[in-house]
Design a protein around this ligand. Structure first.
Ligand SMILES: [Zn+2]
Length: 290
């Protein structure tokens, strides 16, 4: 599943191609259309396909912002502003190209579900193998509360202060630390891969209750979350399964992961243990992480 570094790369990859472009039309795949006919709303969420396509037409792309794992396209038409919100789900990918044939990998090319055509003739294509991703047109962000509830971005100046304050809240204090740092109200964009890595670096057991972690260790953990996310960005993201950047390239962070998906601890050689924490499978070293 794409996490913060991967989504950041998608954003950076799209920017040079889409900023300043105006949407003239949008097409949906047969699967998306069928799903909407059956009331299931695959990918396009909100008020239906007709509403979506009527609303996005004529909008110019002004800016792309990443919030946690969401991409927010800031769009404008006749001085009224709106947002196109994108979440990649498990396997979503964006391509800014001239034709669908330019998508080199079959699995992405055969799962193209949404095609925006720009005034320049260039296409902005959304492909999604498993169709868990989402796209929404929003007049204002308040119309979609989950985006408003997201905590600070890890690289924001006030992020550490708000992270530490959240950890002191009664609702988080007694919970396993891994579950808490994966909560986007505490810190944005720290998913399973990067939470696993940050806890290993900090030598903290993922099940440890927040209340049993000293202030010094909490700060160390925060700093490690920021550094693994930065490392992920620097490495072009992790391509564990289906992540690709807008040029169809995989990232290399998966080769640098110390604990996620490992069988043996790189520090002490012990067998890596697994446990389900907060609904997610977690890898950890029972010896190095306490
Ligand atoms: Zn170990």
């Amino acid at each position: 599943m794409p996490e913060l570094p991967e989504v950041e790369h998608v954003k950076r990859g799209l920017e040079p191609y889409v900023i300043g472009e105006t949407i003239v039309s949008v097409q949906f795949s047969e699967q998306v259309k069928k799903s909407h006919e059956n009331g299931k709303q695959a990918i396009i969420k909100g008020k239906g396909l007709a509403h979506f396509s009527d609303h996005v037409k004529g909008y110019k792309m002004n800016r792309i912002e990443r919030r946690s794992k969401y991409l927010l396209f800031h769009v404008e038409r006749a001085s009224s502003t709106a947002f196109l919100l994108s979440h990649l789900g498990m396997s979503g990918a964006w391509f800014a190209i001239d034709s669908v044939d330019q998508i080199t990998e079959d699995k992405f090319r055969s799962h193209v579900h949404v095609i925006f055509t720009f005034e320049s003739g260039r296409l902005l294509i959304y492909s999604d193998i498993r169709r868990f991703g989402e796209l929404r047109f929003l007049d204002k962000l308040e119309d979609h509360p989950p985006i408003i509830a997201i905590g600070p971005e890890p690289f924001d100046q006030n992020a550490q202060e708000l992270f530490l304050a959240s950890l002191n809240l009664p609702k988080f204090n007694s919970k396993p630390v891994k579950e808490v740092i994966m909560n986007h109200q505490v810190i944005a964009g720290c998913g399973n891969i990067y939470a696993t890595e940050a806890l290993f670096k900090s030598r903290i057991h993922p099940k440890r209750a927040v209340s049993r972690i000293s202030l010094g260790k909490r700060i160390e953990l925060f700093n490690n979350i920021v550094s693994v996310l930065q490392e992920g960005i620097d490495a072009g993201g992790s391509s564990i399964s289906d992540y690709r950047n807008v040029n169809g390239q995989a990232g290399s962070m998966q080769d640098r992961l110390q604990m996620y998906g490992r069988k043996e601890c790189p520090k002490c050689g012990s067998n890596v243990k697994q446990a389900v924490i907060g609904g997610r499978n977690s890898h950890y070293c029972g010896k190095c992480q306490r």
